[in-house]
Design a protein around this ligand. Structure first.
Ligand SMILES: [Zn+2]
Length: 371
């Protein structure tokens, strides 16, 4: 579903591995197997496991620093480019974001320092040749930790350097403008990386493309989060929507789909409490697999994620992302469903945000024409 495997949890944070990270590890393994043969395969596996551990420790550098500022982290995902700790939110204060961002690379510098105290030597060859088993394990680990630290300090999203840069900018300008500026600088860095890649190393070109796309996606996400931040749900939720009863059949749902512009249908009981939600895709799949006479309760996503009506849009947005449900329900104090937040609602927020002057948000306190 999200291309990630859960491998356990540490202090309340679920550790996930993205499949591309496994592919990356497999590629390293295959490359060393092909160049040095089976004798070094075991050595390489050990190196990979330790490399993995260093990346994870880097992430927990971010996670524990964030926790010191009261921010919990439900997930950490390992990608080939490093790890991504999904902090519940990014600390508002630039100084806190700066510390959270820099904590990761510092962990790797500390690991490299400790390995060097333990006798590791770093020469220019070791860092370029981490797959070579002739170089001792401790030397390679020290080199790879320095590499992780330096790579993550490249001033471009999603690297920590991008966040460090944003935090530095955000202390002078607004958060959204700082993100836009940091993203633009990151894209310029991506161009330089790509150009160097053209001359020296084609792998850099792929990294440059990844960085370029990530920079624009970060700017997009921040604009979205900024647009939804602090906006009361009641201002943004859909209040006119069709619902399905638990004994409705798929044919009823098809009828509702055709007679409304809705794509997500909450299933509610007699008292108005949500039992689940049926998305357009689930509906089509059920129609195909089980026919029009099957029940909606068999096709819906049970446990529709819900938020209280006094919450803010960013909480609903977070739930929509985390639970990957077609819609988030808004409930009143008695648990009755009174509103709906879907990707479309968020998309409309995004459109409104794009229509606003740069740096302005939709929060009622800063609505540009409010006065
Ligand atoms: Zn990091």
């Amino acid at each position: 579903m999200s291309w990630s495997l859960n491998i356990g949890s540490v202090a309340g944070t679920v550790v996930r591995i993205h499949l591309t990270f496994l592919l990356f590890l497999a590629w390293i393994f295959a490359a060393s197997y092909a160049s040095a043969g089976p004798a070094t395969a075991f050595d390489t596996v050990l190196f990979i496991v330790l490399l993995f551990l260093c990346v994870l420790l880097h992430e927990f550098g971010h996670i524990f620093t964030a926790r010191a500022f009261g921010v919990t982290t439900p997930y950490v995902t390992l990608l080939p480019i490093g790890g991504v700790a999904q902090l519940e939110h990014i600390p508002e204060k630039p100084s806190e974001e700066f510390l959270v961002a820099i904590a990761g690379p510092i962990v790797n510098v500390v690991i490299a320092g400790m390995l060097m105290l333990a006798g590791a030597h770093i020469d220019s060859g070791a860092s370029a040749d981490v797959g070579n088993a002739q170089v001792s394990m401790i030397d390679r680990l020290a080199a790879v930790n320095l590499f992780i630290a330096l790579f993550n300090l490249i001033p471009a999203f999603p690297m920590d350097g991008g966040r460090v840069l944003r935090a530095a900018l955000a202390s002078r300008m607004g958060y959204v403008r700082a993100t836009e500026t940091a993203a633009a600088i990151g894209q310029a860095v991506a161009f330089v990386l790509g150009f160097i890649g053209l001359l020296y190393n084609p792998i850099l070109i792929f990294i440059a493309i990844f960085v370029y796309l990530a920079a624009s996606s970060e700017a997009h996400m921040v604009a979205l989060r900024a647009a939804s931040h602090g906006v009361p749900l009641v201002h943004a939720m859909m209040t006119q929507f069709a619902v399905l009863s638990p004994d409705a059949k798929i044919s009823d749902a098809v009828h509702t789909l055709l007679s409304t512009s809705q794509g997500e249908f909450p299933v509610v009981d007699g008292t108005g409490k949500p039992l689940g939600v049926l998305g357009r895709n689930d509906l089509i799949r059920a129609l195909n697999a089980k026919g029009p006479d099957s029940h909606v309760t068999d096709a819906m996503v049970a446990d529709m994620p819900t938020v209280g009506h006094r919450s803010h849009l960013d909480q609903a947005f977070q739930l929509l992302q985390d639970k990957q449900a077609p819609a988030v329900g808004v409930i009143d104090a008695t648990g009755r469903l009174i509103g709906l937040i879907t990707q479309e609602t968020i998309g409309e927020m995004m459109m409104l945000q794009a229509a606003l002057p740069k740096g302005a948000t939709l929060g009622p306190w800063s609505r540009p024409n409010a006065a």
